[in-house]
Design a protein around this ligand. Structure first.
Ligand code: SF4
Length: 370
């Protein structure tokens, strides 16, 4: 019997140490697991180097690790990505997305407390943290199905709100998991704890910052529970980390029609990011029935990206993966679990929108799941 749930990597380490594992055994177990290889891999018989108690426990340990999550549903998309809804041991679910070009997007929380008003995950609040082993298990699961060389923490949750687990998972993925440190991407709305903690990690990931607007007042409306850091302070802190690690900051900008696609915002981006070690990712919003935001036309989005590029801001226009299969963060889970539940006051009213976009949030009941 286990006396600790193995949802934390520290619990796995403790467990194997109790069975006599030395550091090399421990690392071997984590490596084979994180790389989705059987625990009896290799040409040397386990009897020749592994303590008996540990060796005898390996089948049970392997079963426990692969039982950390199970596939609930799979949704391949036309762009080569695949979205998986994965059930954790307690029945909670997370979304994990296999991306084109060997990427994987993992979830770090069930739900999210950040409450970004354009996000389905933000609507339900935080349900629970995802354990460090449950994060690595998403990678191990994906590697059974496809190659994974890059892991982005851009699924459900704000990694800054689950720092211990995320940093522990990053350390294992960047060592035993054989993923290049710059190919681990920590994504945050911006939190002073991130700028304190990331530089101290054994594995320093690349950093993505969800900026979305250069206006502090608008940011407070779009990201109502984000830490109180002005866009200027955020960019300044991120720039220091970029110079420390040698990886450019990846700014994320969800383009919302009539809200953050104005010329004033483009001027703000140039003012904030010109000369910075940064890349701007413009991602046209993936509209959903229940939220009152619109996706700008692709032509307008391309014009914005082109204009920024011409003004010296390295800008990429991206689609969120799996557009045709509930391609926004938390949409799959929401579809499975919200059903016809009304939104009530889940989405706050927004005032003082630019371009006279005073949004009145009228909430219609969600369509029933087909
Ligand atoms: S966009 Fe990210 S940080 Fe914001 S509510 Fe959704 S999951 Fe949380």
């Amino acid at each position: 019997m286990r006396d600790l749930p193995l949802s934390q990597i520290s619990a796995i380490r403790e467990h194997v140490r109790r069975l006599g594992a030395r550091p090399a055994h421990e690392q071997r177990i984590l490596r084979l697991w994180a790389q989705a290889k059987p625990q009896d891999s290799g040409s040397r018989p386990l009897e020749s180097f592994m303590p008996t108690a540990l060796r005898e426990d390996l089948p049970k340990l392997s079963a426990d690790l692969s039982g950390l999550l199970r596939l609930q549903s799979e949704h391949p998309a036309a762009d080569g990505s695949v979205r998986w809804l994965l059930a954790l041991k307690d029945g909670q679910t997370v979304e994990t997305v296999g991306l084109p070009r060997d990427g994987l997007c993992v979830s770090s929380q069930v739900g999210c407390a950040m409450g970004c008003v354009f996000c389905m995950t933000g609507r339900e609040g935080l349900i629970r943290q995802v354990g460090s082993a449950e994060i690595v298990a998403q990678v191990a699961f994906a590697r059974i199905h496809r190659t994974v060389r890059k892991v982005v923490f851009m699924g459900m949750g704000e990694p800054a709100h689950n720092l211990d687990n995320v940093m522990e998972a990053i350390e294992v993925l960047g060592t035993a998991g054989n993923i290049a440190h710059k190919s681990l991407v920590f994504s945050t709305v911006g939190d002073p704890r991130v700028f304190d903690r990331l530089p101290k990690g054994l594995v320093k990931p690349a950093l993505a910052v969800s900026l979305h607007t250069t206006r502090a007042d608008l940011r407070a409306q779009l990201l109502p529970r984000a830490p109180d850091m002005s866009p200027e302070a955020l960019v300044e802190a991120a720039e220091i980390y970029a110079r420390q690690t040698g990886y450019p900051i990846q700014y994320q900008w969800t383009l919302l029609q009539g809200i953050n696609d104005s010329e004033e915002e483009l001027d703000g981006i140039v003012r904030l990011l010109k000369g910075k070690y940064a890349l701007m990712n413009m991602i046209p919003y993936n509209a959903v029935d229940d939220l009152p935001f619109q996706r700008p036309s692709w032509e307008r989005a391309a014009e914005i990206a082109r204009s920024l590029h011409q003004r010296g801001i390295l800008t990429k226009l991206r689609n969120s993966a799996g557009q045709d299969v509930e391609g926004g963060c938390g949409q799959l889970r929401a579809r499975h679990f919200l059903g016809n539940k009304p939104l009530d006051n889940a989405v706050p009213k927004m005032t003082n929108m630019p371009n006279s976009t005073m949004l009145r949030v009228t909430v219609s009941p969600k369509k029933s799941t087909p």
